[in-house]
Design a protein around this ligand. Structure first.
Ligand code: FEC
Length: 308
């Protein structure tokens, strides 16, 4: 009889239909409902993205299924069962933990579908899962980050190389590679949060392995709040590189995200793309990891290493 290990796979979550956007947005805003204008803006962004409505849900489902398969084939002495726990939608993080307890799981590992640690992102997921696990007396440990895992870097390196080939006839030095991740409020800097440093480490590792020398980092998708967010914002970066260096070719590599969803399909593919067009920049984006086997190997290894 194999021992069963529960794996809580945590991800951001997305609404299932347009009429759920308000509840979702309210949850993101910690219980404060959006104004009608804010709601309208967000709904129209969902309506605008290609790949169908709310692709994050299906992508997360596929990632979780693929991870379970990978774990069970790589480590056949154990039985792994994956549970989803979403930050802002159902099944919530707490639901996933509760389900594990109901199923009689006694040992679990939690992992977030985001490679870089911030107390405000991954730290928040972990806190909620730990609290619920404590209520149920469930033993759980967490993967905090995996931003330099060799298989993850390899997957990203391949994506950058493939995307650079799309700039036919243009030398690598003429393409500016911009690595991006979700911005966070600047106050994380005072907390000595590892997030910015980890993102730079991932960027440097990819640049080294691809031989890309013309690269920089930019923040994307900052929230509309009164407090300052980490910058420079990607939209400003595009304008600056054009104006100051006459860069005409840009490749965006969103290393902070692992799936096709609103922040990639809208914020980059629609918003950045339209700014780039206005500036006369040719903009390409690397493909998302989604269920890339190298990403699944990364996740399986970091989960397993929590058991040793
Ligand atoms: O496709 C989808 O339906 C969901 C896409 C989505 C992902 C995502 C990832 C991250 N977020 C992070 C931080 C923040 C902070 C706020 C914030 C707000 C939003 C809003 C939407 C949204 N986020 Fe998100 N995020 C996604 C979607 N995010 C929609 C609300 C509208 C807006 O502000 O644009 C600000 C909260 C506040 O107001 O207090 C902070 C971070 C990540 C990457 C790590 C992770 O995946 O957890 C960090 C995907």
């Amino acid at each position: 009889e194999k021992k069963t290990i529960g794996v809580l796979v945590m991800s951001y979550g997305t609404p299932e239909s347009l009429d759920q956007v308000e509840a979702y947005y309210t949850h993101i805003r910690r219980g404060h409902p959006p104004t009608p204008e804010q709601l309208d803006t967000l709904q129209s962004r969902y309506e605008a993205i290609v790949g169908g409505f709310f692709p994050l849900r299906e992508n997360t489902n596929k990632q979780v299924a693929a991870l379970e398969e990978q774990l069970n084939s790589a480590y056949p002495d154990l039985q792994f069962k994956c549970y989803q726990g979403l930050k802002h939608a159902s099944p919530f993080i707490e639901d996933g933990v509760e389900q594990m307890a109901k199923d009689g799981i006694t040992q679990a590992v939690g992992v977030v579908l985001a490679p870089h640690y911030s107390v405000m992102s991954v730290g928040g997921y972990i806190k909620r899962a730990q609290e619920k696990a404590d209520e149920h007396g469930l033993k759980i440990s967490f993967v905090k980050s995996y931003h330099l895992h060799p298989q993850l870097i390899e997957a990203l390196v391949r994506r950058v190389n493939t995307a650079l080939e799309r700039f036919a006839g243009i030398s690598r030095e003429q393409v500016r590679v911009i690595f991006t991740a979700h911005s966070l409020p600047e106050k994380i800097l005072e907390m000595k949060d590892p997030y910015p440093e980890q993102l730079l480490e991932t960027s440097k590792a990819i640049a080294e392995r691809t031989g890309v020398t013309s690269w920089q980092f930019g923040w994307q998708s900052a929230g509309q709040t009164a407090t300052p967010w980490l910058g420079p914002d990607i939209l400003d970066v595009l304008a600056t590189v054009k104006k100051e260096e006459n860069v005409e070719n840009v490749l965006i590599c969103p290393i902070g995200f692992v799936s096709d969803h609103l922040e990639v399909l809208y914020d980059i593919d629609i918003e950045c793309q339209s700014v780039a067009k206005e500036l006369g920049i040719r903009l390409e984006r690397t493909e998302s990891l989604n269920t890339d086997p190298l990403y699944m190997e990364t996740l399986a290894e970091v989960v397993y290493s929590q058991l040793e």
